[in-house]
Design a protein around this ligand. Structure first.
Ligand code: BEZ
Length: 270
């Protein structure tokens, strides 16, 4: 993987995903979303947009309820993999900020993707635009306090190594429920469900779990740092976080997720 390879779906800056590694060892991202699908409650005949569909496993699950689903993701590697696994589903390379679709949908669904986009208002406007009147938006992504312990470890290690400026490369948007609800309402949505959930998540790979998580999702913080120095920083992050996140041979990520359901209403000024 390249240095700037990092996570998830409509991540506009970093989209060189290793889709196979993601599927093999970071599949918890889609597995955790199963009851989010209950909230979506897809109905036969509905048209649904899966925004940030990754390798398409949830997109496929939604189709099994009889809905017609389009999956979009800004990482071409993810879309290639999705197309290989599910050739009957329409997958497109696309971006939450520039959703280039003329069709409209009964629902927009998005799991573990929107924390990669730091222009949430643009995303919400695009979702509003592609929804039919009364259509629903169901999403879950990193909320306020998500991976706070991991971020603190990364920041402390960057400070200690003389690369404090790299803290500005933080790619994530983790809003509070209040902040996101206000944004949705100001863009013409009626919010019917909003919560923040603790979601401690065991990482794969045992002892190497955190190191691999950083290499998959957080390499942007190491941009411009020579390779050997990067290894030293990752070791330092591990040492700082071990007392908090490592137990019995397993690392646990301190995930917190915001979960939302909102409906498209009319806009006041239209
Ligand atoms: C998340 O799913 O909450 C997440 C994953 C990787 C990086 C940041 C957040």
């Amino acid at each position: 993987m390249e240095n700037n390879t990092t996570n998830n779906f409509p991540n506009r800056a970093f989209n060189q995903w290793d889709a196979q590694l993601y599927d093999r060892k970071h599949s918890f991202v889609s597995n955790l979303a199963i009851d989010l699908l209950e909230l979506l409650s897809p109905q036969s005949g509905e048209k649904i947009l899966d925004l940030g569909c990754g390798t398409g496993h949830l997109t496929y699950k939604i189709t099994t309820k009889g809905a017609k689903v389009v999956g979009i993701d800004n990482a071409p590697t993810m879309i290639e993999q999705a197309n290989r696994c599910y050739p009957d589903i329409k997958f497109l390379v696309g971006d939450g900020v520039n959703i280039d679709l003329k069709e409209t949908f009964d629902a927009v669904f998005s799991n573990a993707a929107l924390h990669w986009i730091k222009e949430p208002r643009e995303v919400i406007r695009n979702i509003w635009r592609v929804l039919k009147p009364g259509g629903r938006f169901v999403t879950e992504f990193g909320g306020k306090g998500n991976i706070q312990t991991i971020i603190s470890g990364i920041y402390e290690a960057l400070d200690a190594s003389g690369y404090s400026d790299n803290k500005q490369l933080n790619p994530w948007y983790f809003p509070s429920v209040g902040e996101y609800a206000t944004l949705l309402e100001s863009e013409g949505f009626l919010l019917t469900f909003a919560t923040l959930l603790e979601r401690p998540t065991k990482l794969e790979y045992g002892e190497s779990g955190l190191r691999n998580w950083i290499k998959m999702f957080a390499t942007c913080f190491l941009e411009g740092i020579p390779g050997k120095k990067q290894d030293t920083i990752i070791n330092d992050i591990e040492n700082r976080l071990r007392p908090h996140l490592y137990q019995k041979g397993k690392w646990t990520a301190d995930y917190k997720r915001i979960r939302i359901m909102a409906f498209k209403e009319g806009k006041l000024n239209q």
